[in-house]
Design a protein around this ligand. Sequence first.
Ligand SMILES: Nc1ncnc2c1ncn2[C@@H]1O[C@H](COP(=O)(O)OP(=O)(O)O)[C@@H](O)[C@H]1O
Length: 991
Amino acid sequence: MASEAYSLVLGCGWIRATPRSPRFALFLPSRPLAVSCKMRQKHFSSQQKRQQIKRVSREQLRPNINSESHNNDNGLSQKASSDGLSNQGQESVLSNDDDSEHDSKDMAEASVEETKSEMEDEIIQEHQRIPLEDLKSMIRNVEKNVSSLNQAEVGALQELDKILSDKEALQAEINIKEMKLAETDAQIKVAAQEKINVEPLEDQLEKLKEVAPLGNGIMEGNHSSFSGEFPIVLELNALRKEYSVVKDDIQTLKLKLNDVIETEERVSLLEKECCLLDTSLAELQSQFTNALVDVDKLSSLPSYYKALSEKVKKLLGSVDSSNKEDQLDFSEFAKLQQKVDKLEASISKANMTELPYEKFRLYEEILQKKIGSFEKHLQVSDQEIHSQIQLFQESVREFQDTLDKLQEDSKKRSQEQILENLPWEFWSRLLLLIDGWLLEKKISTNDAKSLRDMAWKKDSRIRDAYLACESKGEHERLTTFLKLTYTSTRPGLHIIHIAAEMAPVAKVGGLGDVITGLSKALQRKGHLVEIVLPKYDCIQYDLIADLKALDVVIESYFDGQLFRNKIWVGTIEGLPVYFIEPHHPAKFFWRGTYYGEHDDFKRFSFFSRAALELLYEAGKRPDIIHCHDWQTAFVAPLYWDIYAAKGLNSARICFTCHNFEHQGTAPASELSSCGLDVHQMNRSDRMQDNSAHDRVNPVKGAIVFSNIVTTVSPTYAQEVCTAEGGRGLHETLKSFSKKFVGILNGIDTDAWNPSTDKYISAQFHADDLRGKAENKNAIRKHLKLSWSNSSQPLVGCITRLVPQKGVHLIRHAIYRTLELGGQFVLLGSSPVLHIQREFEDIAMHFNSHPDVRLLLKYDDALSHLIYAASDMFIIPSLFEPCGLTQMIAMRYGSVPIARKTGGLNDSVFDVNDNTVPEQYRNGFTFLPPTEQGLSSVMGRAFRYYSTNPEGWQQLIQKDMTLDFSWDSSASQYEELYERSVIRARTAAARV
Ligand SMILES: Nc1ncnc2c1ncn2[C@@H]1O[C@H](COP(=O)(O)OP(=O)(O)O)[C@@H](O)[C@H]1O
């Protein structure tokens, strides 16, 4: 394109004006030499042309002369002409005399005359030799020749005249052309000069304009009359014109230059595009290579599939051979095989075909689609194959099982046939063994009876047990047989809880929750669980199903006489519950309260004895009697001291202390009321209080007399073995450490379930927390708190307001919450008067405060709403045997802020504690029981809440899904119970 434009410019240059050509050369550096050469050639050729014209005009003259002479010389003109052209000497002469026309004419005439005289001389000489006649004819011929010669001469002269006139015309023409040539030469010279001196000329013009006002007029063409008189002015005019033409040309050139620049820019853009295309091409190439690798990989899949098919076929074969009824459908496999084969073929086809680069993209897309669909097919095939394999494996397994069973059955049958046909001798030996153990008092009459019955019926279990331990020692045989009596007769354990609380009908604190939660969990595990409770007047009777008084009176001993007890039965949360209503003049459970009465020792010692009386009278044979806290701790010594001897001897006693702070000590004399021998019991190794020897300690008595002693968390179990934590019982606990264990409580996940809770405003769960925000809003409105800022954190606290719970820290938490910009809701009441008063004052102080509300009461329904609404939950206990509120709070998405003590230490793990695996970190903890310690941890929690809302949300979700159910705790109790029962039977067998 550039060269095209250039030739066009050159063309224009030649057509319009030669002088412009060198200016182009300024912008087209490769061209100036050629152009100037061309100019020089042109100039040279015009000179040559002129010389040629001159030469031709001279030569045109010469042949005419020669032809004249040679025509007369019998057509020898050709030779004469060539001689004439080659005669250099003649040419040089002619060239020196180029305008003498007359001289030429004279010379022609002289030449004719000369020829004529030469001929006459020849005739005379011929005449002297030849006859006259001949001479006469010859003369006539000569005369004829002369006349024809004369005619020829006239013609020649005419011809000469014509030639001369032609010559003149030609000469004139030549002159004009030479003049024109000279002019052109001059113009060329001027142009050459002008091309070098445009600017000086401009300056000159400017100077002329300045110095000659006349010149201005001339240049403007107003004084044409002076043109001829001022050649310089004319020249200047011409120059001006030339200058304007040049200017135009410059303009044109500039435009052209812009075009060129634009073109260059376009070229560079195109180059860039070209580069980009190159790189994308390279990318495509590499993608193509990768795709080929992928295709390679994919091509290996069919072989993998084939291997799988082979395996499946093998399996099918084995199944076929095992069971011909199991006919397998191969059509699916055949279809899959066809699909894979097809894909394989298309892949190899694609590999063989080399696609052009411009089709890469299209190819890649198709390839990707193919790979995608192939992968999908493969996935589906994989799944199908997998499920088919599983199906076949299952059927093979089933078949194998049936086979095994059949084999076992047939083996059994044949064995049974053998065993059934066991000689009478075998059964007699077995019966004698049982009787011997009974007589030797190695087993009880009952155990002996049930074992004897089994042997009598030829029960396979006793036969197998006998055969299994035939070669073993007697103790092991005894244990095996006793286990048989216990497992063979019942599906699980018979467990009876004797307690002072049961949630939700008679709940003061965590004890009530444990009774219900643990019992339900044990019930679910297949055990028979029953609960015996005092029939308090303040029980929530509406929560008891099928409550009824039995038409029976149980008399129980107290203060030297028998008192009648009315027995009520009913179910609470699906659990069978017995209520004892003593008809005692002191109206032990008609007080409108559970605890805190002056005669609590009497009240609960009475109840403990009446409960055992009930079991005894009812003829119950429980495996486990589980008593709780000091209120029912009397059961352990009463059982072993009185009821075991009376025949209620099937049970093992488990005692759980929920709080060693409460030991129920009393003057030793009071113990006699329930029938215990004070003298026997008030001993340091029995019930005597470790600190006051005239007092008996029911908790110590339970530790001593129970088979299993537990407390409610592993950390607390350790703490109470120290002087600081044991409250005087640490030595006793240490001495019975073998039967003492700490098991963390669980919570009743049915009762505490935010997705089904009927007490809360909106149910919610970990995956959808919108309900939690609704509950927050609802409680704020309900308690007339400010609800303008939904992100203002709400701190909850539900507790008994007792020193153990860190009341001073709870009070501090209220102020600290305000300091941190949060809201605080407390639900609690105190059995301690001064604490109750103190909190009532605080409640009054914040009566209409927008951010604090204190509710000094016990309110189960409200507690649910607070758990559901709060963002954080505070438990700053000085000590905490287990604590349930932190677990309930977490279940409701309220993050616990707890002191590291007792059960809190076993269930709350700080978000920053690197010693704990990340998945267990669920809250904020602090150790020093000080206001500073609490302030600091609350600050951390608030910062986390406000600065990391996403992390907070995740923390809530994690907390809500943690397992605090009773399942694992109940399993631990179950294991303890079972071990104890077996041990008892074995021990009984030994005695
Ligand atoms: N004022 C109250 N209103 C309703 N429920 C309460 C109140 N105070 C405590 N609770 C409940 O009592 C139980 C407390 O158990 P826990 O944390 O083991 O403490 P403790 O047994 O020492 O009182 C929780 O279920 C808690 O919700």
